[in-house]
Design a protein around this ligand. Sequence first.
Ligand code: HEM
Length: 455
Amino acid sequence: DTTGIPHRPGRLPVLGDLIGSNPRTPLQDTVRLGRQLGPIFTRRLVGIELVFASGIDLVTELNDEKRFTKHVGLGVKNLRAVAGDGLFTAYGTEPNWRFAHDILMPAFTGEAMRGYHPIMVEVARELVASWDAKDSADVSADMTRLTLETIGRAGFGYSFGSFEREEPHAFVTAMTRALRFAQMQGIKLPFVRRALAGSVRQNQADIALMNTVVDEVIDARRHDGEPGRDILGLMLSQSHPETGAKLDPVNVRNQAITFVVAGHETTSGALSFALYYLTRHPELLARARAEVDAVWGDREPAFADVMKLRYVRRVLDESMRLWPTAPGYSRQAREDTVLGGRYRMRKGDWVLVPLPLLHRDPAAWGPDAETFDPDRFEPAAVKKRPAQAYKPFGTGERACIGRQFALHEAVLALGMVLQRYDFTPDPAYRLKIAESLTLKPEGFRLGIRPRATTG
Ligand code: HEM
């Protein structure tokens, strides 16, 4: 029941709140609106009414796993055309969710990270080699090369050859287009949908290409003999503790696509935003670099050296606060309930949580919530905040399985580029955010030069 929930003034009978909304920037439109309307609000877009809750008190309730659970709807549901019953898009009621989750957990332990570390270093070294050869970089594009290559090699033993090519791998082009197609199926106006989504035939070709690549990777591993302990190896070798069943081949394919999608753009965006904020704040960059110099010197980091970069980690945390690259999640009521003592929800009713608004709620973050300040993540400051104030990796049992993977990879890569380069930002650049499934800075270039001391 959405009665009494604020919405944009001047709502139209058929189009709803469509005026003032741009299909390319739905998240940024929502953030703007939320700033005016407060901790809970609705948007009606040609027939669908969405409820957003972003105030700390409401989100604290929504994150209570006893009352609410992940809702697979809206954008996420559309993605099932690409990722089926993979972990991210699986309904909570699908048996494959828990089955795959249990099989894959060992791929994300601290021990597993130790195994991925040399691969992550190898890929970061390739980034550095590519930067040594140029004097300026398109940051989002290069960070995407790094993260795609890392998930491919660490998770599946597969190289996309990202640093050897100018144009993206055919798999990535197909994946990006298929995700866009899937996402745009939510648009109710057919002419807008066709213009933004592309053709059905192209989409079928894209999905076929992705399936072929994944099947080749799986076949290559099957013929290798040794399944290994990475994501792919576990999926091929492990069986259900009670039934002895293995993951079915279609599910393995869905998981592979899920991990490539979920495992790279989010991390790449986080790294790009971190470099954006650091190069805007030279004093913070100096602090981060001083830490790298003190802890690593000019050595290449060993596994245990990575998480010693406490300040670099806080820079990433703070970047993901202002621009959480997976910008939201949905929660549905397990039973009939009342949210915030006021808003009635029936079993199955759901609400979106736009993370940039939660992460800037002054009630949790104070009056300077819009300022970039990594010291907010000092342990003493974290303790003073409500527990649910910071959720870039989602919440509850459906939270991100790849969190440690992403953080190890990102701290390592950021440390390595701070260790090696001086940066010259373009003073005229204004942060522009590109929205796809995830957020990233658009058109963000940096001048790069090896540091005098290490060069
Ligand atoms: C789920 C964020 C990196 C794999 C999620 C969710 C969020 C998130 C918010 C929950 C979505 C929901 O509730 O609907 C991020 C961010 C990342 C990151 C911000 C990087 C900075 C990764 C990496 C991997 C990964 C590196 C894999 C290696 C997954 C998977 C799920 C997931 C498989 C679904 C989990 C489940 O429902 O069981 N992520 N993620 N993510 N993420 Fe990540």
